[in-house]
Design a protein around this ligand. Structure first.
Ligand code: NAG
Ligand code: NAG
Ligand code: NAG
Length: 219
């Protein structure tokens, strides 16, 4: 019974095949490409140019564990941490030997979904960083460049002007749990002062990737 049905399906397919082949030239307008869904877990090194200040960022995207990490090395400056949980809590902190500061921010959305680029508007092809890329725009906020051949992200640009170049894209790489622990002073009640607040708001409003995207883009 089952195999008979399978055979029927095959013969129907074979019958219809010439029809499809015939039709395809009529529908030959190039299909609009969609951005690749993000892998559930990856590590990227990014070079970011924001208002002419440079950063090297380690991005650890970890969807199954509901967490995302940006470890931000400012050029010849501070190393800062932006640890984001899918429950909406983000920790922005620095560690010794830099000033030990922490700012906790609660968002009403979690981290980006792997398919957060769904519904992006295709803009065409462009050569960036010596890669031929498909280009999309999402929510008037980010322009996203993906290598046509490998479908890896190459670059993204925020409307704020911040440009991120992906230097590595290690699919499946996971940062060990021990590194996802915010320091104790993130959990104390003491007010840590205005200089911290200022630098943290700077991080929050410009974001590195995940929180730099408006909430409308999270859907
Ligand atoms: C960073 O961006 C600024 C402004 O677009 C540009 O003038 C500068 O050359 C860029 N720096 C690097 C290293 O790309
Ligand atoms: C979200 O999860 C983190 C990590 O487990 C935790 O430190 C934080 O308190 C949680 N936030 C909320 C609002 O539950
Ligand atoms: C660290 O804290 C000291 C004392 O509050 C301050 O003078 C200094 O500018 C801070 N350094 C950084 C890099 O924020």
């Amino acid at each position: 019974m089952g195999s008979a049905t399978a055979l029927d399906n095959v013969s129907v397919f074979l019958l219809l095949l010439p029809l499809f082949l015939q039709l395809s030239p009529l529908m030959a307008e190039e299909p609009v490409p969609c951005p690749a869904t993000w892998p559930d877990q990856f590590h990227s090194v990014l070079f970011i140019n924001r208002s002419s200040s440079l950063q090297k960022v380690d991005l650890w995207y970890d969807w199954p564990n509901g967490r995302n990490f940006n470890i931000i090395q400012h050029q010849l400056g501070v190393l800062s941490y932006d640890l984001e949980w899918d429950n909406g809590t983000s920790f922005y902190y620095t560690l010794h030997p830099f000033n030990t500061t922490c700012k906790v921010v609660h968002f009403d959305v979690g981290i980006l979904r792997p398919n957060w680029l769904d519904g992006a508007t295709f803009l065409g092809h462009k050569n960036v960083d010596n890669f031929l890329c498909n280009v999309w725009e999402k929510a008037d906020f980010i322009t996203y460049y993906e290598d046509v051949v490998t479908r890896r992200p190459v670059m993204w640009v925020f409307s704020s002007g911040m440009v991120a170049h992906l230097m590595t894209f290690e699919v499946g790489a996971v940062l060990e749990d021990a590194n996802w622990q915010a320091p104790v002073y993130c959990f104390s009640e003491t007010d840590t002062g205005s200089s911290l607040l200022e630098s943290s708001i700077d991080v929050v409003s410009h974001g590195t990737l995940i929180r730099g995207i408006p909430h409308t883009a999270y859907a």
